[in-house]
Design a protein around this ligand. Structure first.
Ligand code: HEM
Length: 564
């Protein structure tokens, strides 16, 4: 029995003793160091781009497997065969679809996080513009991918896309041929597969450049670090840690988390009944099926806002303009917002970063989100129904007045310092938010009941509006209550206080061990399931849960090994 005074080696020391200092040569990787607060509580907001990239890599791997089985000459049949006969086929196809959905949701979160924090300002203007192009390419690759299954929904989506292309003066016809092929079914799917792969390659190349610039400028530090002024560059390195192992292990944690959800969500939905066609992970019926006329003509949900805008009769009854109305509205609600995002670094050139110091820009951002939600919900509730211009005005003008008016008012208060945050003011704002929340919940239940009884545009607007206010008030209550507690405990004042660990290292090690054991059990059970069709989704549930648990175990490992 060895004498007890020998000092126990830590995990790191034992790893180094076994594998040497830097077995993979990761230490030399040229990635920039990042501060602790970017890996601490709330730090995930600094890595929205990284999570988008992780979803993108998942898409490449699952997409290459799909490519091996896809036959453009008989798109629907080859998709169905892959889905129902190839081992793990259903899991790969449905998670590829939801991987695309995850990438699109994450890219919008990434865009708006960088927009509201002013990350498009000097020196990151080019990085931002590259980002906007990445957004357009990602939505494009999603559209072509969505249309590759050959089901009735992809036919509808293709017809609308073709229709808009043809409306473009002069270049419409050639554009339609370049985009949609020689008019035959095989020609269409070969062309769509081509664009799907070309856009993916372009995303890969532009992301490389985008990430190079992210590393070159280093990540924008938290706003209070530069007193909310641009150029926002790192000025103190005291909390910074080397990329390996700190960021490397954090990226593994984020990968388990992102891919865990990409696999778990469609696996659960795939085994549920009654999932609406818009979110079903499975292709719908084929266009030749007798059931096809009963499937509502939905585009992919991430283009619902644009498809609904196409239903807007913005020219009233002016006959000769009605024909181009779909093109005009897709430019108004699609192209113009995209162009706005591209030029915003060159029109909002002040050195102000705080969202309240840029009230108009912030208001346009909030309106972008509100309009996208309103139009998407409208599109989901009434696909293909023409909307007269006065109903459009009735729905879109009130939010504009409220948001722009509200932001200009808050901006003025921020500029003249009356918005200085104090404990009492936060307390009052929490109470105000609670009152708004109660009123909003009452109005929401009233409007929703009205809408269920009679789905008129007015009831719909009321439900949506009060739903939006409820969400805003709930967020406001939670945030201001959180700040009130922090202000009371004086943590907010300097932001450098090291937060006490959530649990002791001993408990973290025990919990990590238990969760790792559970993960192994779940994986053991899942592997034994028959991997054909829905069986692979049962495996998918096991794998998804295991990855999410692995993400928690990695978090606990960071706590034990790196005090993070
Ligand atoms: C395929 C899509 C995209 C990927 C994979 C991606 C990836 C990344 C990554 C990995 C970073 C480093 C920081 C982070 O992890 O968040 C980053 C930073 C950044 N991205 Fe993206 N991005 C994408 C799209 C966009 C879009 C659509 C925009 C805006 C229009 C954008 C604007 C920015 C900006 C401004 C930064 C610097 C943020 C900072 O320094 O804090 N990106 N991006």
């Amino acid at each position: 029995m060895l004498p007890s005074f020998r000092k126990k080696k830590s995990i790191n020391e034992r790893m180094t003793a076994t594998f040497g200092e830097d077995p993979l040569g990761i230490n030399d990787l040229p990635f920039k160091t990042q501060p602790d607060y970017m890996r601490g509580k709330g730090g995930i907001w600094y890595w929205t781009g990284a999570m988008t990239a992780i979803a993108f890599f998942y898409q490449i791997v699952s997409g290459l497997i799909l490519l091996l089985y896809y036959n453009p000459a008989d798109a629907y049949a080859s998709t169905e065969t892959f889905l129902k006969t190839v081992p793990y086929g259903a899991l790969i196809l449905t998670t590829h679809l939801y991987g695309a959905y995850a990438m699109i949701v994450l890219i919008y979160i990434h865009l708006y996080r960088n927009y509201f924090t002013g990350a498009y300002k000097k020196p990151r203007q080019i990085q931002w513009v590259l980002g906007v192009i990445l957004l357009a390419l990602t939505v494009g690759v999603g559209y072509f991918g969505y249309s590759l299954t050959g089901d009735i929904l992809s036919t509808d989506a293709t017809d609308v896309g073709r229709g808009i292309a043809m409306l473009i003066p002069i270049i419409g016809k050639p554009l339609e041929e370049i985009g949609f092929g020689n008019g035959t079914s095989t020609g269409l799917f070969i062309r769509f597969l081509g664009w799907h792969i070309i856009f993916t390659a372009l995303i890969g190349a532009l992301f490389g450049l985008h990430f190079f610039l992210a590393e070159n400028h280093n990540f924008k530090p938290a706003g209070y670090k530069t007193n909310y002024k641009a150029p926002a560059m790192v000025n103190d390195y005291n909390q910074h840690k080397p990329w390996y192992p700190y960021n490397f292990v954090y990226m593994i944690q984020l990968s388990f988390l992102t891919i865990g959800f990409i696999i778990l969500i469609p696996s659960v939905l795939g085994l549920m009944s009654g999932v609406p066609a818009l979110f079903s992970p499975f292709p719908q019926v084929s266009p030749t099926s007798p059931l096809a006329p009963y499937v509502p003509p939905y585009p992919p949900w991430f283009l619902l806002f644009l498809y609904k805008a196409i239903d807007f009769q913005i020219y009233g009854n002016v006959r000769f303009l009605l024909a181009i109305s779909p093109l005009a509205t897709s430019v108004l609600f699609g192209l113009i917002p995209l162009l706005y995002f591209i030029i915003v670094p060159f029109i909002d050139t002040s050195n102000e970063l705080h969202p309240l110091a840029r009230p108009k820009t912030t208001a346009f951002g909030i309106l972008g989100i509100i309009y996208m939600i309103i139009l998407s919900a409208w599109g989901a509730l009434s696909p293909g129904i023409q909307i007269p211009y006065y109903d459009v005005a009735l729905v879109l003008i009130p939010p504009f007045i409220i948001v722009m008016g509200g932001m200009l008012f808050l901006g003025r208060m921020y500029r003249n310092g009356t918005l200085k945050v104090t404990g009492d003011k936060l307390m009052v704002s929490t109470l105000v938010f609670i009152v708004i929340l109660i009123a909003a919940v009452i109005s929401l239940s009233y409007n929703f009941a009205g809408f269920l009884a009679n789905s008129s545009a007015l009831n719909f607007t009321g439900t949506l509006f009060s739903g939006g206010v409820t969400a805003f008030a709930a967020f406001g209550t939670a945030k201001s209550a959180d700040y009130t507690v922090k202000m009371r405990t004086k943590e907010i004042s300097n932001g450098n206080l090291k937060k006490p660990p959530i649990m002791s290292k001993k408990n973290a090690t025990i919990l990590g061990g238990i969760l790792a054991f559970i993960t192994l059990i779940i994986m053991g059970l899942s592997i034994s399931v028959n991997p054909i069709y829905k069986g692979s989704l049962v495996f998918g549930i096991g794998l998804g849960i295991s990855l999410l648990l692995a993400s928690v175990v990695t978090r606990l490992y960071r706590m034990v090994a790196y005090d993070e």
